[in-house]
Write a protein that binds this ligand. Structure first.
Ligand code: PLP
Length: 405
């Protein structure tokens, strides 16, 4: 008699975006002529750049059919890509990461959801609140989150680290010591980034308590300020306690191409003396047959001189939107955060409106769609996320409409 994994039944995640869709559709049906501007999107909108497209072509348009035949990719990634990553993302920043500590994957969502598999089921996790939902949901599915407290809107077995205006959206060190700490910086959804000394505190705390940090650096390319670390390995002794996850999605527009990687340093050991590197390698070898050759060739092209220039262009396109949205909201009297080192703008709802009330207000009176902050965690209540992933035209038009509210 087969049964399902009952931990999967506990998941609540799909509510947020389906509820947004429902409300938007209902409004559009009642107002068929109204142009709705969607600033809730967490996906890129600009096309792949020419260098990437050529690299994709080159990987398949080879002279003979024999040459295009590659067979299975090495499950940890091709050396040409792992070496390029080690050199450009780490060595050039003074981080001592070797190419064989880099595990190429199909993206940061898979890695950030799967990495928990190598940890004990009774390990306790800590997440920022608000948070990118994948960290929590993957641990719920693994039976590591306990029961859901409807009243508190929290998982009873999880340590929450509130990130609010009061602490500048930088989490305080948790009092109850977790085993696994998830940090995303620059952050989705708040758009804020941790400074190096702030991140160093977490690294020291993790090393003191033998916790591990899962550091999601998917928005690294958006950092514009000095003093904001691009990698957690810029912090002293981070190799003893941190795994870093990266993606080609938000910098190079690979959301539909699929490519990412994780760094698991060899010296990172569990409290019971096992190295996580070997376990993650075993996990890859057993459950993953390697990212496609074609994608990895495109990934390599991201680091070419021309590729870099183009990627800079993509990032600055979105960051111009971020500036327009930030400035537009500010001059309309809103209190805004983020949008300087990340393509997300996090605003305080006016007059203590709830996140969902503000969602309806903005949809009905400005025809603009964003994401209610409460959907990312209880501390997101009273906040609202807009993204810079739209077009220049739509971002500017949305701000015009908001100014007229
Ligand atoms: C978009 C996003 C990802 C997903 O990246 P993929 O490589 O496309 O899977 C991971 N982490 C955060 C915080 C994101 O916002």
């Amino acid at each position: 008699m087969f049964k399902v994994n009952s931990d999967y039944l506990k998941l609540r995640g799909s509510y947020l975006f389906s509820e947004i869709g429902r409300r938007v559709n209902e409004y559009q049906a009642a107002n068929p002529d109204k142009k709705i501007i969607r600033l809730g999107i967490g996906d890129v909108t600009r096309p792949l750049t020419p260098t990437i497209i050529s690299a994709l072509h080159e990987a398949v348009d080879m002279e003979g059919r024999e040459e295009t035949f590659k067979g299975y990719a090495p499950d940890l990634g091709y050396a040409f890509l792992r070496e390029t990553i080690a050199e450009n993302d780490y060595k050039k920043r003074g981080c001592d990461i070797e190419s064989d500590e880099i595990f190429v994957s199909d993206g940061a969502k898979s890695d950030s959801a799967n990495i928990q598999e190598i940890f004990s089921r009774d390990n306790k996790i800590a997440v920022c609140d608000p948070v990118y939902p994948v960290y929590l949901d993957s641990n719920v599915m693994a039976g590591r989150a306990g029961d859901y407290d409807e009243k508190e809107e929290k998982w009873k077995g999880v340590v929450y680290m509130p990130c609010t205006a009061e602490n500048g959206f930088c989490p305080d060190l948790p009092e109850e010591i977790p085993d696994i700490i998830y940090i995303c910086s620059p952050n989705n959804p708040t758009g804020t980034a941790m400074k190096k000394d702030e991140l160093q505190k977490f690294v020291d705390y993790a090393n003191e308590n033998h916790s591990v940090i899962i550091f999601d650096a998917a928005y690294e390319a958006y950092i514009s300020e000095e003093g904001v670390p691009h990698s957690i390995y810029e912090c002293a002794d981070a190799k003893k306690c941190a795994i870093e996850i990266r993606s080609f999605s938000k910098n190079a527009g690979f959301t539909g191409v699929r490519l990412g990687f994780s760094v698991v340093p060899k010296e990172l050991k569990s409290a019971d003396g096992y190295d996580l590197y070997s376990l993650w390698k075993r996990r890859h070898g057993t459950k993953f047959n390697g990212a496609p050759f074609i994608q990895q060739k495109a990934g390599e092209a991201v680091y070419s001189p021309q590729g870099r220039e183009e990627i800079k262009g993509l990032v600055s396109y979105y960051m111009e939107n971020a500036k327009v949205i930030r400035e537009g909201l500010k001059s309309a009297g809103f209190t805004v955060y983020g949008g300087v080192n990340a393509p997300y703008i996090w605003l305080k709802t006016p007059d203590n409106m709830s996140s969902w009330d503000f969602f309806d207000h903005l949809l009905k009176n400005a025809g603009v769609v964003g994401t209610p902050g409460s959907g990312f965690g209880p501390s997101g209540e009273g906040y609202f996320r807009l993204t810079a992933f739209g077009s220049h035209e739509n971002s500017a038009e949305a701000m015009g409409r908001i100014a007229d509210l």
